[in-house]
Design a protein. Structure first.
Length: 254
């Protein structure tokens, strides 16, 4: 059972789907950016259903300017505000007071940013973006390859080379500037219990984990077992159902 509805956020109609549950803790799912949502959509839906099957009430929603929500893509701040308002709507609808966030890719990063304003029971972060410049470069390269790799395969006309577009989606300069300023040091959080799930191991993830642990947080890092190949042009439009990752995320949530 699930219920689709819209809620108002700063004049935009935000599309959301509510999965009711009986537990006193609920999850709000933070989607990735639209470039990665093409690949991740099925996994986000299945994750919500798995969490609901465990008894958790769940809310998932489209950020302003994405999916079935109205408005335009503007900035990370707007998506952060969408998330905070979604949490308030979720609390009212479900009656839960203990809310956790589970986010994927840039959605995991938005979950961290939202936790700078509100206290959440826990954060579960699947492949969070911790270096915004790297993400921008991945999207730029993917966009270039989509246009120029093989003309008959390119899903978009070659004349769609604009600084405010990325892989067929609006990508305004403000959100690019926001991402360029995104670093490990900017990802502080009030949340005390954080889990990172990723098949990647790099110095920046390790630095972030160390930063959080020095701040007294309980941080766990688990190997997802599923390389998602985020940001690679040949995979962006292929929907993925990473079974091992979904099992692990569900197990962590239990």
């Amino acid at each position: 059972m699930m219920e689709a509805f819209y809620f108002d956020q700063s004049g935009n109609q935000i599309f959301a789907i509510y999965h009711p549950g009986s537990k006193d803790e609920g999850f709000v799912i933070c989607y990735p950016a639209p470039q990665d949502m093409l690949r991740a959509h099925s996994s986000q839906v299945l994750l919500a259903k798995k969490l609901q099957s465990l008894g958790f009430p769940v809310l998932r929603f489209d950020y302003s300017g994405t999916g079935d929500s109205s408005g335009e893509i503007v900035s990370l701040r707007h998506w952060r505000e969408d998330t905070l308002h979604a949490v308030a709507v979720f609390k009212k609808r479900s009656g839960v007071q203990k809310v956790s966030l589970i986010g994927t890719r840039l959605g995991a990063t938005i979950a961290i940013l939202a936790s700078q304003d509100l206290g959440f029971k826990r954060l579960i972060l699947w492949d969070p973006v911790v270096n915004g410049i790297n993400l921008l470069e991945q999207y730029r390269h993917a966009h270039h390859m989509m246009l120029h790799r093989v003309p008959v395969e390119a899903p978009f006309p070659k004349n769609q080379v604009y600084p405010n577009q990325s892989c067929g989606f609006p990508w305004p300069l403000q959100i690019q500037q926001d991402l360029a300023e995104l670093t490990v040091q900017s990802l502080t959080s009030f949340c005390k219990h954080i889990t990172i799930v990723s098949d990647q191991t790099d110095a920046e993830y390790n630095s972030l984990i160390e930063l959080w642990r020095l701040d007294g947080k309980t941080v766990t890092a688990d190997d997802s077992g599923d390389p998602m190949r985020w940001g690679q042009d040949r995979y962006m439009i292929l929907r993925a159902l990473p079974a091992a990752t979904l099992r692990l995320l569900t197990k962590i949530a239990e």
